[in-house]
Write a protein that binds this ligand. Structure first.
Ligand code: ADP
Ligand code: MG
Length: 642
């Protein structure tokens, strides 16, 4: 048995926290103390990279605001990229017109393809006007324009570059750092693809945060760490709908449930108006397909009608010279089934969160389509409270991302979230205990070393298993990796001195080194400590650890008592075989029975029973140790020639 046979050896902890590397504040979540290093002025922007529209926002005089495009008109940049035949890339409003005239060179809805393999998107390939490449179903999709292949990451980076340029123009300074939002349901691959898009656009992406988290921050929810809240965020955009139930505690946002429909949004509202008018004008699908400009006219007018009906009761216009109209009532009856679908998603999310309507403390509306009064009504009715829509629903996510950026810049002293290790890092020691080397909230980079020893005689190899998390037992934490230190010369248990060092660099990469100091045998591994872990997973692990703190502590003290008792059992048994001759038969029997009793308690006793049995055994055998000592000295003396 050589695995994980590690005992913590001593208290020579060497901590080198490279102070001043990054000027940030850090807050100890336990006691709320603030460590403030010198402050550095940084401009960090918040970006909402949307399916239909994207925005960039910034904090000015403590307030977030969305930055307007180069014409100073719109804050919304349509997420559309057009490749013109000259090779120029046109992004945003100017690319919109090409959707109809040049569909094969105009890319939209790229967010749907982020981090997806061809196999994933097979089913909606036909919805898109451009060409998706089928290389093999396992690899990530590519989009073909002329003879060039683009990844969704590259295409998204074009949108990010455009936003970056808009911001640089308005703020007259270079933008290097950003917080980018993604839907709560995005998986690791999709988040990584978004992060990479930022990198490609020349941005240092400090955080990827969830859109509903950003929306909550924009409404000031979660900023005060003392307040906890349960929030429903209803996001109805152009082509997608999602609802998230968030629980916010101590500044930690946990997604309890999310639900939605990736093919439900404002575009569908436009479609039902188009169909309504087609019926009124006696137009067929074939006629529309044959006459692209008629189709475009219908769609544009339908969107206009929808927007105006948010504040007017009737909309009138002409299509191909013929007058058409639609009333608010008709519009509502047309979209009723669509809105009902979204409410069904809300019901499912609520059921998954195992909460009831009365547990939801706030309802927040996000996305341009939540401007429709009927949507506001229906959502408010379902959750039985007025849904918040005071902040511009197109901008709310970007504004929240800007607030998060401001927090990261260290401008909000009331907030946490910094360049720190989000979860503790440590190794497995005997009994499956987590021995933390780098505690949660340590500044990065940092390094720490600690010495360990073996628990079994003649152990020549040992496994170092690295874990992340706050629980006392490694089985409750997340395993990051393991490696074997081999070639240790055989020694008695407790003799080897094994130094384990954790070094975590500025990118969050953890290097773990193990070295047996007597023999100089050493080995080293590199582990990406945050790989594959989402902010939600982190939040869940933290919340779990808080909820289980009491029970975990009991398990830990019990395991520690067992470890100590096992050490004593080992030593006592050794003593009995080596020094049988100095004990009377009575003493031998009594010792054996005390050892037996301790062993039984180690198996099934409580911490107090184990400690009591250890105490009894120790007290009883203490005089024998002296006798043994005398015997050894006498033997040594008699062996010596005087
Ligand atoms: P996404 O998050 O998918 O990028 P947005 O939140 O920007 O999308 O929402 C875009 C949708 O909002 C479009 O369908 C647009 O027509 C719709 N929209 C914008 N303004 C209004 C309005 N006043 N009334 C109704 N719908 C609107
Ligand atoms: Mg959106």
């Amino acid at each position: 048995m050589w695995s994980c046979g590690l005992y913590r050896l001593d208290i020579t902890n060497k901590i080198h926290s490279h102070e001043g590397y990054m000027a940030k504040i850090s807050i100890n979540l336990k006691d709320g103390t603030v460590n403030k290093a010198e402050k550095q002025v940084t401009t960090i922007v918040g970006i909402d990279l949307g399916t239909t529209n994207s925005l960039i926002a910034f904090i000015k005089d403590g307030e977030p605001y969305a930055i307007k495009d180069q014409h100073g008109k719109h804050t919304l940049v349509p997420s559309i990229i057009h490749f013109d035949p000259k090779g120029d890339v046109i992004v945003g409003e100017a690319a919109k017109d090409h959707l109809v005239s040049n569909p094969e060179r105009t890319i939209y809805s790229i967010k749907r393809l982020m981090g997806k393999s061809f196999g994933d998107v097979d089913q909606f390939d036909s919805f898109l006007g451009y060409e998706i490449i089928d290389e093999d179903t396992e690899s990530l999709v590519k989009i073909k324009v002329d003879e060039t292949f683009y990844t969704p990451t590259e295409l998204s980076s074009k949108i990010l570059q455009k936003l970056k340029r808009n911001a640089e123009k308005e703020l007259k300074l270079e933008i290097q750092k950003a917080v980018i939002t993604v839907p709560a349901y995005f998986n690791d691959a999709q988040r990584q693809a978004t992060r990479d898009a930022g990198k490609l656009a020349g941005l240092d992406v400090l955080r990827i945060i969830n859109e509903p988290t950003a929306a909550s921050l924009a409404y000031g929810i979660g900023i005060n760490r003392e307040q906890s809240s349960v929030v429903a965020v209803y996001d109805l955009g152009g082509g997608t709908f999602d609802v998230s139930i968030l629980e916010i505690q101590s500044g930690i946002f946990e997604v309890l449930a999310t639900n939605g429909d990736t093919f439900l949004g404002g575009d569908d509202f436009d479609k039902v108006i188009v169909q309504h008018w087609m019926a009124a004008l006696d137009l067929t699908e074939q006629q529309i397909d044959a006459d692209k400009s008629l189709g475009q006219e219908l769609r544009t007018q339908a969107e206009e009608a929808k927007k105006q009906l948010s504040s007017k009761s009737v909309f009138e216009t002409t299509i191909s010279g013929k007058s058409v109209s639609i009333t608010k009532e008709t519009f509502q009856s047309l979209i009723k089934p669509l809105v009902q679908k979204s409410i069904t998603s809300c019901e499912r999310a609520l059921a998954d969160s195992t909460l009831s309507i009365s547990d939801i403390q706030e309802v927040i509306l996000v996305g341009g389509s939540t401007r429709v009064p009927y949507v506001i009504e229906q959502v408010s009715a379902f959750f039985n409270r007025p849904a918040k829509h005071q902040i511009n629903p197109d901008e709310v996510v970007a504004l929240g991302a800007a607030i998060q950026a401001d927090i990261l810049a260290g401008n909000r002293k009331d907030m946490l979230l910094l360049d720190i290790t989000p979860l503790s890092l440590g190794i497995e020691t005997i009994g499956g205990l987590m021995d933390v080397l780098i505690p949660r909230n340590s500044k990065i980079p940092s390094a720490l070393g600690r010495q360990y020893t073996t628990s079994v005689d003649g152990q020549t190899k040992l496994k170092v298993a690295v874990y992340q998390g706050e629980r006392n037992l490694v089985s409750d934490n997340r395993k990051l990796g393991e490696f074997v230190l081999s070639g240790i010369p055989p020694m008695a248990a407790g003799m080897p001195k094994i130094e384990i060092q954790f070094l975590i660099d500025a990118d969050g990469i953890l290097r773990v080194k193990a070295k047996e100091l007597r023999s100089e045998v050493n080995t080293e591994v590199e582990i990406k400590s945050t790989y594959g872990i989402s902010e939600e997973d982190m939040a869940r692990m933290l919340i779990d650890s808080l909820q289980h703190a009491e029970a975990d502590m009991q398990i830990k003290v019990l395991q520690e008592a067992k470890n100590e008792a096992n050490g004593i059992l080992l030593a006592s048994n050794k003593f009995l075989t080596q020094h049988r001759d100095i004990l009377t038969d009575d003493e031998f029997e009594q010792t054996t029975s005390l050892i037996q009793s301790l062993a039984t308690h180690v198996d099934s006793g409580t911490k107090d029973e184990i400690n009591a049995a250890m105490q009894t055994l120790n007290t009883y055998t203490a005089p024998f140790a002296e006798k043994a000592m005398d015997k050894t000295i006498k033997a040594a003396l008699s062996g010596k020639k005087i």
